[in-house]
Design a protein around this ligand. Structure first.
Ligand SMILES: CC(C)(COP(=O)(O)OP(=O)(O)OC[C@H]1O[C@@H](n2cnc3c(N)ncnc32)[C@H](O)[C@@H]1OP(=O)(O)O)[C@@H](O)C(=O)NCCC(=O)NCCS
Length: 145
């Protein structure tokens, strides 16, 4: 089944942290979890599902057995990550945030080899981690607003 990206909405979540969810037909298919630290915003995690399991039902099981429906769906490369980041950046700008930053681990890069380029194309620069970064970080990404 082809997924229409227009059916995916980006929804800000209530709470102290700045969390956004990408929702498709009532299911969470991506998220950006962020925390404000004085005038800086930390992206704790951003993810778009690439192995989202189809909910179990007799009909789905039947369609999967016929090869009409695949067991897992990917929501990547449809602009969802971009839309999550857009909302994070817009909220940061509206709240006088000065920097948006995050840690990138070797595991992240191994899983998504184009990850650093992905951030760079969206206006982040890549530099070496410092003491503020998680121990496993091999790079930090920073956007100055
Ligand atoms: C990084 C990540 C969030 C990107 O999510 P995504 O939804 O695939 O990202 P986008 O679709 O916005 O962008 C991916 C590419 O798809 C392309 N794209 C955008 N809209 C598209 C569309 N409608 N059709 C086809 N391709 C499209 C974009 O041009 C982009 O290509 P580019 O990087 O060459 O510019 C995702 O790969 C992920 O979850 N990775 C694992 C978790 C992770 O590593 N998180 C970061 C921790 S630091």
């Amino acid at each position: 089944m082809k997924i229409d990206p227009q059916e995916i909405s980006i929804q800000p979540q209530d709470g102290e942290d700045w969390d956004f969810e990408a929702v498709w037909r009532g299911q969470r298919v991506g998220y950006a979890w962020c925390r404000l630290q004085d005038e800086n915003l930390l992206i704790d995690d951003i993810k778009v599902e690439d192995d989202h399991r189809v909910p179990w039902s007799i009909m789905n099981a039947f369609l999967i057995s016929l090869g009409i429906l695949s067991r897992k769906r990917s929501f990547r490369k449809m602009g969802v990550g971009n839309r999550l980041l857009d909302q994070v950046i817009a909220k940061a700008k509206n709240n006088a945030v000065q920097n948006i930053w995050g840690s990138v681990t070797q595991d992240d890069i191994d899983r998504v080899p184009y990850l650093l380029a992905w951030y760079q194309r969206r206006g982040f620069y890549v530099t070496e981690p410092d003491d503020n970064y998680i121990k496993t970080a091999v790079k930090k990404i920073v956007m100055k607003l």
